[in-house]
Design a protein around this ligand. Sequence first.
Ligand SMILES: NC(=O)c1ccc[n+]([C@@H]2O[C@H](COP(=O)([O-])OP(=O)(O)OC[C@H]3O[C@@H](n4cnc5c(N)ncnc54)[C@H](O)[C@@H]3O)[C@@H](O)[C@H]2O)c1
Length: 568
Amino acid sequence: MVEYSYSPTGEGFQLPSQEDYLKEFGRVEEMVNDQRNLKREIVVVMGLGFVGAVMAAVVADAQDGKGNPIKFVIGMQRPSSRSFWKIPLINRGLSPISTEDPEVALIIDRCVKEKRTLAATFTYDALKFADVVIIDVQCDYLKESLGNVRNGQAEMKALEESFEIVASHISPNTLVLIETTVAPGTTEQIAYPIMRKVFRKRGINTDPLLAHSFERVMPGKNYVASIRDFWRVCSGVNEEARRRVVKFLNEVINTKEFPLTVLDRPIESETAKIVENSFRATILAFLDEWSRFAEQNGVDLIKVINSIKVRPTHSNMIFPGPGIGGYCLPKDGGLGVWAYRHIHGFEDDIFKITTAAIDINDTRALHVAQLTRDALRNMGRPIASAEILVLGASYREDVGDTRYSGSELIVRRLTEMGAEIRVHDPYVLHWWEFEKQDEYPASSHSLKRFFRGQERLKDLRVEQSLETALHRIDAVILAVRHKHYLNLDPDEVVKSSGGPIAVIDCFGILDDERIRRYFELGCEVKGLGRGHVKRIKDHVQEARERMLLKMSGETVKGAETAFKKANL
Ligand SMILES: NC(=O)c1ccc[n+]([C@@H]2O[C@H](COP(=O)([O-])OP(=O)(O)OC[C@H]3O[C@@H](n4cnc5c(N)ncnc54)[C@H](O)[C@@H]3O)[C@@H](O)[C@H]2O)c1
C-alpha cells in the first residue's frame, strides 16, 4: 500500500520505497563529493523538527572570514508519515516551520538555492559521510496523570534508536553533538555505552567522540537569532570531544558576541538545561496563586506585575497566561526528577519545588473553563451547548507551535462540560492534538484520556477567518497574545458575533478601556488575574443607571428631592 505524508498545507508526499533509498544515496553521495572538493566539512543534522530544521540552516549559513561557506549540511529526517514532508519542502528551499521570524524562510531559501550548502534526506546512510553529527531528535517525558509530574517517565526510544543508528554508520572520528534536552546523565550513561558497544561490534576500538550542548531556541520573532546569536553551554565526554565541540561551535555560532561556557562533564551541561527551564517554570507557577488572589480581591495582577517590574531585580516577572505549554517547560523538570531515580538510582524524594511548579502550570488552564462557565452564567446562558470561540491554539504568541498549549486543556475541559468549541489561529492550519488525537503526540498519550466526551474533537478544525469564527458565538476566550488579537475593537467583535457575549481574557490582553466598552455593549468580561473587572462593571452599571434617570427629567427631579431628603 502506498503511504503518504501530508504537509500542513495538505500537499501529499509519497513515502519512499525500497528502490528510492538506493537512488537517494546516489544523490547524497554526489553532493558530498562536490562539497568535499570545495573543502567543506560535512555535517548531518538528525531530526528536522523545530530545532533541527533551523539549526541545520544556521550551520549551512556559516562562513569563513572571506565569506566562503565552510559547511555542507545534510538534514536527516526519518520518513514517518508525520514528518517525511519536511524533506521535499526543505529541498525546495521552503521552511517546514511557520513562524513570525522572516529570517527562517530566508536562511533556508538562501542555503538551499543560492549557497547550495543545505539539503535534506531520509537515508541514514548519509551518516557515513559525516564529520559532525548533530542529534536534534525529541526526548519526551510522558505523564501518566494530569497534574502529577512524578507519575511519568522519560520516553527515550527515538533517542536511543538514534544513538544506535549513528554509531552503526559514522566513522570513528565523527564528532556526535547531542543537542536534545535529555535527562541528566544521558550522554555518559546511556548514549556512550550504546555507541561504544556498536563501535566494538564494528571492530572500532576507539571511543565515540560525544559532546552535549543544549539548544535555547525560542520559536518566535527571533527564532534564528536565538540559535545563532545566543550564549551556549557545552561539554564533551573526553578531552578530544570537548576540543572538537568547542571548535565546531566557534565556527557556526556567534561566540564572539555570545561567548561559550565550557563545562567539565556532559552531566553538568545537561543539568544546566534542566535547571534553567525548571527555574522559569517555577517563577511562572509562582504567580498562579497570586492570580487567584487577584481575581477574588478586586486586584488587576497585570498592573501589579508592571509596577513591580520597574525594579531591575524583578524585571523577569511574567504573567503566566493559561498554563505554560511549549515542548520544554512542561517536561524538562520531569526529566531531572526521573533521572535522579532511574539513571542515578536514588530512592529519596528531594524534589519539591520543581514538581509543584510543573503540576501548577499543567492544570492552570482548567480555571479558564470555570471563568467561562461563570461569565456565561452571569448572562443567563448555560455552558452546555454554548458556542465558544477560542482565539489562539499555540502555546505562545506569534508562533504556530501547539505542543502542550493551555488552549488544548481549555478546549478539552469545556467540551467535557458540554460546550461547542470553535478555534481560530492565524499560525496553525491543523491542530494535530485534536485531529489526530488517537495517535498524537503518541498513541494512548493524548491529553484526551484525562477527560470524558472527547471523541467529536477529532473533527475540530482551525478557522482561518476571524470574522467567520466570531459569527453567532456565546463566548470568546482570548487565549494567546497573537498580535492579531491585541487590538480587537469591542464594537466590531460584538457586531460580528451578532450580540453581547462573554469575553474571557487569559493573558492581560484587554486594557480597561476595552473592558469598559464590552460591558457597555452588554457583554460579560472575566480574566485570569483580573479581579478589577468587577469594579469596571459596577461603574458601567452605575453610569447606565444615571443615564436612565437623566432620560426622564421628572424622574431626575423626583430623585433629587429624594436624595436631598435622605441627606445624600
Ligand atoms: N522546540 C523548542 O522550542 C526547543 C527549545 C530548546 C530545546 N529543545 C529541545 O530540542 C530537542 C528537539 O526538539 P524539537 O522541538 O525540534 O522536536 P521535534 O519533535 O519538532 O523534532 C524532532 C524531529 O526528529 C525526528 N526524528 C526522530 N527520530 C529520528 C531518527 N531516528 N532519525 C531522524 N529523525 C528522527 C522527528 O521525526 C522530528 O521531526 C528536544 O530535546 C527539545 O526539548 C526544543
